[in-house]
Design a protein around this ligand. Structure first.
Ligand SMILES: Cc1cc2nc3c(=O)[nH]c(=O)nc-3n(C[C@H](O)[C@H](O)[C@H](O)COP(=O)(O)OP(=O)(O)OC[C@H]3O[C@@H](n4cnc5c(N)ncnc54)[C@H](O)[C@@H]3O)c2cc1C
Length: 479
């Protein structure tokens, strides 16, 4: 008797993780259909002037505690370097270095504001935009006299919000849920960067897999006996199980037609969760003219104006700068600036900091545009007001008709928006399929949201988690 067939849509970290486990089990045949002409999805190392540049993920967030990406890297002798986030310099809008003058006060005042936000998370009975909590915190405490000066305080408040929140969650504070924006778990230990590029990870996962590149999937029909997956070119594949590992943005755009449509509550969860935006602008130069620190920060008078720059020389010895834009500023910049205009604007910002040492152009310039990428439609997921983690992640993890499973960073309750979260989601669907082979349909896995979530969120999540696991166990008993 031949093995059951699993078709996996998408060859990013989640799809490759699922495929790897399923194929290694020897119990199923696996085919991956990937729209792009490359694997890796939102992991994508390119070369610029001969140097490796990561267009998507750069960091392993937290190398301790069994982070699976760190394990793959070390098992395969991939070189990694530490990233020290406190090794920074902060320039004011006029080019004054305020690292040792104003920054310590800004840091401590902002941390008081965020302590206030943490109290609100536990005390309020209604979710609201994170920006409301920050505004309340600034009005109520902290933000001492000189920071209350509107010309000064607003600039630094915006800078800290960009640096610590908008660039991390890829969304403005007004778009994020006050309750849930920081409810993710995290692995302990320092963050690591890949001198040889993050794409080494998907390349290892993909070894020996049957991956059909340039095969965008247009439609999937399914019922309790199996599924048919059809590409835009009209080629159809019959499957016993389908894993849909495309980004949330692709699901939200309706780019894949499901027959029948995705059921409730999954469809609502897809509609509710949002896709954020983080873009990168990488400039390589002939010579290094900037500070020998890991991060160069800029407190602009224009909110969001390229506040965060990773020094690639300090990280890798690459004579370049990785400049970040996030949230609504990144969205605006993606249409407002041509490549030449974006490069000129960044060079102008650098000139405020480093004067005439800055050349008139970079040797090479790489720019991402994730919000217009038709196979992503954004950078990674975030939790808006109204999102309920246990309910909505539970819905995203539902096994649909026993045959259709969603994977991807946006389905991982504990570590969304990361490579390790995407990887774990692939393991979850692979386990569900392998356990289901005996009973003829995939088995729901417990919704895992708890072990390491931040303290303020954990109390709110724990009750939901217990209920959810009970619910899932009941579903398993009934199936
Ligand atoms: C700029 C940026 C920086 C980031 N930085 C970090 C970081 O430092 N550390 C970290 O841990 N995470 C980071 N992330 C997030 C991380 O990259 C993602 O969470 C993770 O790679 C997502 O993996 P995935 O498998 O869920 O999705 P993807 O990698 O997007 O894979 C989905 C695949 O589906 C394919 N696809 C889409 N539509 C179709 C279709 N119709 N038919 C067939 N295939 C289709 C896509 O081409 C893609 O290959 C970053 C992301 C971005 C964009």
């Amino acid at each position: 008797m031949s093995n059951p067939t699993v078709v996996i849509v998408g060859a990013g970290a989640s799809g490759l993780s699922a495929a790897r486990s399923l194929q290694d089990s020897g119990l199923v045949d696996v085919i991956i259909l990937e729209a792009r002409n490359r694997i890796g999805g939102r992991i994508n190392t390119v070369t610029s002037s001969g140097y490796n540049v990561d267009r998507g993920a750069s960091w392993i967030h937290g190398h301790g505690g069994g982070n699976p990406i760190y394990t793959i890297a070390t098992d395969n002798d991939i070189a990694l370097v530490d990233c020290n986030y406190s090794d920074t310099v902060l320039y004011d809008f006029d080019g004054t270095d305020i690292t040792y003058t104003r920054l310590p006060d800004i840091e401590s005042e902002f941390s008081e504001v965020m302590d206030y936000v943490a109290t609100l998370q536990d005390d309020t009975n209604r979710d609201q935009p994170l920006s409301n909590g920050i505004t309340e915190g600034v009005a109520d405490l902290g933000w001492n006299t000189w920071l209350r000066d509107p010309d000064v305080g607003t600039r630094y408040l915006n800078f800290k919000c960009q640096d610590e929140i908008v660039h991390e969650y890829a969304a403005d504070t007004s778009a994020l849920s006050l309750w849930w924006f920081d409810s993710q778990g995290e692995f302990p230990g320092s963050d690591k960067l890949f001198p040889g590029g993050y794409s080494q990870i998907p390349n290892i996962l993909a070894e020996g897999l049957d991956i059909r590149l340039s095969s965008p999937v247009a439609s999937i029909s399914y019922d309790p006996t199996g599924a048919t997956v059809t590409t835009t070119g009209g080629t159809s594949f019959s499957a016993d199980y389908v894993v849909v590992s495309v980004p949330l943005g692709v699901l939200k755009a309706g780019d894949i037609a499901f027959t029948p449509p995705l059921p409730e509550p999954t469809a609502s969860a897809v509609g509710l969760m949002e896709m954020g935006l983080l873009d990168k602008y990488v400039l390589i130069f002939q010579t290094v003219f900037w500070d020998d620190v890991t991060f160069i920060n800029f407190a602009s008078n224009t909110n969001g104006y390229w506040p965060q720059i990773l020094n690639l020389d300090k990280a890798f010895g690459t004579p370049g700068l990785m400049v970040f834009a996030a949230g609504s500023f990144a969205q605006d910049a993606s249409t407002a600036y041509s490549d030449a205009q974006a490069e000129a604007a960044i060079l102008a910002e650098l000139r405020i900091m480093y004067g005439n040492a800055v050349p008139t152009s970079a040797t090479s310039f790489v720019r991402t545009d994730w919000s217009h990428d038709e196979y992503a439609w954004g950078s990674y997921s975030f939790q808006p007001v109204g999102f309920e983690p246990l309910k909505d992640y539970g819905a995203l993890q539902d096994v649909i008709s026993g045959r259709l499973l969603l994977a991807g960073e946006h389905t991982d309750c504990l570590n969304p928006a990361t490579v390790h979260g995407a990887y774990e989601s692939g393991q979850r669907v692979a386990d569900a399929i392998l356990q289901g082979l005996a009973v003829g349909a995939a088995v729901p896995q417990p919704v895992v949201c708890m072990s390491d979530v931040s303290t303020s969120a954990s109390a709110r999540l724990s009750l939901f988690a217990v209920v959810s696991i009970l619910f899932t166990s009941l579903a398993q008993i009934n199936s």
